[in-house]
Design a protein around this ligand. Structure first.
Ligand code: ADE
Length: 254
């Protein structure tokens, strides 16, 4: 997969893209990153990428011309047609399902939004606007890094074992089960015995139930669309009922 990023702060990407898993993914050829400075597509002395909003108001708006030129030039640099993403707080909220959709594209072009927004006409050349959450950042560089990281780790050959992606948080539609490493006993805190039993079937069952328990307690909203058996749904309901009855017990703080 090839990922192009267009930003007015191209330098901030270098250390992130070169580090750890992203750097290794690139060395392995699983992904190719190209970062472009938007200012190369400006045509004035000051290399201006933003301007005042028509109609007045506070803040600056990203000009259309450099972004249109950028998308045209970057698209032409490779025969694969990119799926164009604009980072902005009004976009579709990123979740693991969207990450999987993006990871399946052969090429992504991410435009990092800035300032108070981009000229509305730029939306014509964008396939999808993506938000990384309901909060406002100063720009789209961090969101672009989040997208690139999440998408890259799903590329074939990037994770040590492909089942790591399948078993973890969200790909079952559940939060991840509790994990432990050595020592088995730490200052009186014991690792659950089942994990030391060597019984792989029992371990898998325990993990599944603990993932359901954790999801029920922390993110009950995820249970609705999670793929659970009837017994598992009943277990989730019991976990929630037990927690609620503990809360209501007289003398408890709440
Ligand atoms: N730009 C500013 N805030 C953002 C957010 N939450 N997601 C994507 N792009 C943004």
């Amino acid at each position: 997969m090839r990922i192009d990023i267009v930003s007015i702060f191209p330098d901030v990407f270098e250390p992130v893209l070169a580090s750890s898993m992203l750097g290794i993914a690139q060395q392995k050829g699983a992904v190719e990153f190209r970062v472009h400075d938007l200012r190369q597509w400006t045509d004035d002395k000051h290399r201006t990428t933003d301007d005042y909003p028509f109609g007045g108001g506070h803040g600056m708006v990203m000009k259309p011309e450099p972004l249109f030129r950028a998308v045209r030039a970057v698209t032409e640099a490779d025969p694969r047609v990119p799926f164009v993403v604009l980072t902005c707080p009004q976009g579709r909220r990123l979740d693991q399902r969207l990450v999987e959709e993006l990871a399946a594209k052969e090429r992504l072009l991410i435009l990092c939004g800035r300032y108070e927004g981009v000229d509305e006409r730029v939306r014509e050349i964008v396939d999808l606007e993506v938000s990384i959450g309901d909060y406002v950042l100063t720009g789209g560089e961090l969101p672009a890094m989040v997208i690139v990281d999440a998408v890259t780790r799903l590329q074939p050959g990037v994770l040590a074992s492909p089942s790591s992606a399948e078993e973890e948080s969200f790909s079952w539609g559940l939060l991840e089960y509790p994990q432990y490493t050595r020592p088995a006993s730490f200052e009186g805190r014991e690792v659950p015995a089942v994990l030391l039993s060597g019984d792989h079937k029992k371990i898998a069952q325990w993990r599944r139930l603990e993932a359901i328990r954790r999801t029920a307690l922390r993110r009950p909203d995820l249970l609705e669309s999670a793929d659970l058996t009837e017994d598992e749904r009943a277990f989730a309901a019991r976990v929630i009922a037990e927690r609620d009855s503990e809360r209501k017990e007289p003398g408890s703080d709440g």
